[in-house]
Write a protein that binds this ligand. Structure first.
Ligand SMILES: Cc1ncc(C[n+]2csc(CCOP(=O)(O)OP(=O)(O)O)c2C)c(N)n1
Length: 540
């Protein structure tokens, strides 16, 4: 017999979880006892949101379910941001929450929350384990639900006395996802629509953010000579330097580019839920009845046909569908090259950059371009929210196997913790994190973990003393009425040094090259504080 806590940990280990993220709490001590001396790596964060963000970044790179353990009440509320992000980003994540003893449940006892109510709208499943005999069934179901398309968050609530129950030690088989077949009839129908198309457009989504998905997408787009957009911020599904790539659909498109894509006669959306930002507020394609042919392929059948009635809808794995379609006698209609070149031309205008100067600091785009030049061929970038991230989305042409790890929700605070977990997961790969000062001040203290684990992460911090992206919108809507967006900030390079990392400061354009070179040469964490111009991003 073993404790219930140990059975939970054993089940995670059997299902490939080799690292857990946590902030401790007295409500789940038997879990720690099970982790004591265990091969599972216990990563202790400094805030529950960071523990969650680290888990999410880990899942993004491994494709496997990840886990974070937090305490009841205050710990759970801090961690809720990661549950929301996992839901929006489609990440398989399990949040384990310690809970008051069973005898005190539903009395609003000390730090108690009814998590079914709290997470009801953002988790795929919330379960409180009141009967330890049901752990095998509940854990098996949780892993299946978290990983089944569309992946997402599950919350498991563990009353502290339950974790001490003695339960049988059972053998635990690893979870294997159900096999699903490519729908060949749908492949044939899609091929027929694409053969007749004059102006087709492929929109590729996050389901293809795997090595297998990227390869299948590249081969199919090449065989059919299709222009490729990615869904909002999923830039690493396709080679950013390929002349067929037209960028993401979202908030960085110009009116001219959107006007051009609206001419598409066949939209081939694959591996994407076709969300709000990608579809320009459900207007491209038009919801619910698109004014053009729509092929929609996604593993998650529940999404298909709801917001967009498709001419061909197939609930099957995106990579397999693309491989089959690549072999289905492509026909490239006349004028395809000109159509693709026109869409790509609009992207070229968006990503064009010439170095700029400003009186109040360094223009961050100059630093972005210099950083991109220094990235290794397999670099991983983590991005936070804000304008600094937006510039990397534009100017970092991701080429497989490079990767871009960021929350699609635009949540602040994921950059630094995300970089920490990626660097732990990918020793030997260059990890670079871009973060604004506002976002860094939310979770940047996780730089302590980078120091603790000697992780050679390069943090590029845009210090513009402002919640810049909000200020930009504020100036557009209410010119001159600046309130609520200024920031008082520390000297970030000095702060990094205080944590035990190396700190560098870029004050002028002349510093950019030398400071980046010095930071990239450090054997350990290095932070480059860029004294960033605010005026350069505001409306002229
Ligand atoms: C957790 C969270 N709170 C608030 C927001 C709204 N928000 C989006 S961007 C932003 C400002 C980001 O500021 P900073 O990190 O300094 O980057 P900058 O835009 O200045 O480059 C805010 C407040 C958010 N996305 N996430």
């Amino acid at each position: 017999m073993i404790t219930a806590g140990r059975l939970i940990i054993n089940t995670l280990a059997a299902n490939g979880v080799d690292r857990v993220y946590c902030v401790p709490g007295e409500s789940f001590l038997p879990i720690f006892d099970a982790l004591y001396g265990n091969t599972i790596d216990t990563v202790v964060a400094h805030h529950e949101s960071s523990a969650g963000f680290m888990a999410l970044a880990d899942s993004r790179i491994t494709g496997r379910v990840s886990a974070a353990f937090v305490s009841r009440g205050p710990g759970a509320t801090n961690a809720s941001i990661a549950v929301h992000s996992a839901d929006q980003d489609g990440v398989p994540f399990i949040l384990f929450i310690g809970q008051v003893p069973r005898k005190n449940l539903r009395r609003r006892s000390f730090q108690e929350i009814d998590y079914g109510k709290m997470f009801g709208d953002i988790a795929k499943w919330v379960v409180e384990i009141t009967d330890s005999a049901r752990i095998p069934e509940i854990m098996s179901r949780a892993i299946q639900i978290a990983t089944a398309p569309t992946p997402g968050p599950v919350v498991i609530v563990m009353p502290e006395d339950m974790l001490e129950d003695m339960v049988p030690e059972t053998a635990i088989p690893a979870f294997k996802p159900a096999a699903s077949e490519v729908n060949m009839a749908a492949v044939a129908e899609a091929a027929a629509l694409l053969r007749a198309a004059q102006k087709p457009l492929l929109i590729a989504g996050g389901e293809l953010c795997t090595a297998e998905g990227r390869a299948a997408l590249a081969a199919c787009a090449e065989a059919w000579q299709l222009p490729v957009a990615c869904s909002f911020r999923r830039h690493d599904v396709f080679d950013g330097t390929d002349r067929k790539f037209i960028g993401d659909l979202g908030i960085q498109n110009t009116p001219a580019q959107i006007a051009a894509v609206r001419e598409a006669d066949v939209v081939f959306a694959i591996g994407t839920r076709l969300g709000d930002l990608t579809t320009q507020g459900y207007t491209f394609p038009e919801s619910p009845y698109p004014q053009r042919k729509l092929i929609h392929v996604l593993a998650d059948a529940k999404v298909l046909g709801v917001d967009f009635r498709a001419d061909v809808a197939a609930a099957c794995p995106a990579a397999g569908f693309l491989r089959a379609l690549a072999k289905a006698s492509p026909n490239i209609t006349a004028g395809r090259d000109a159509w693709t070149a026109r869409l790509r031309g609009e992207r070229e205008k968006i990503i064009a950059w010439t170095d700029q100067t400003a009186a109040d600091g360094v223009v961050f785009g100059n630093v972005v371009m210099a950083t991109v030049q220094r990235l290794a061929p397999d670099a991983v970038m983590t991005l936070d929210a804000g304008l600094s991230a937006a510039m990397f989305y534009k100017h970092f042409p991701v080429k497989a196997p490079q990767q871009l790890i960021a929350s699609i929700t635009g949540v602040m605070g994921m950059g630094v913790p995300g970089a920490v977990s990626i660097a732990m997961r990918c020793p030997g790969r260059q990890v670079v994190c871009a973060v604004g000062d506002g976002s860094f001040l939310m979770t940047g203290n996780e730089i302590a973990l980078a120091v603790e684990r000697k992780l050679p992460i390069r943090f590029i911090l845009a210090a513009n003393k402002s919640y810049g992206s909000i200020r930009l919108n504020q100036e557009k809507e209410y010119p001159g009425h600046v309130v609520g967006t200024d920031l008082t900030t520390p000297e970030f390079a000095a702060l990094a040094e205080a944590f035990g990392a190396k700190g560098f400061v870029i004050r002028t354009d002349a510093d950019i090259g030398p400071m980046l070179d010095a930071a990239f040469a450090v054997d350990g964490p290095a932070l480059v504080e860029v004294k960033t111009s605010l005026s350069s991003i505001l409306p002229k």
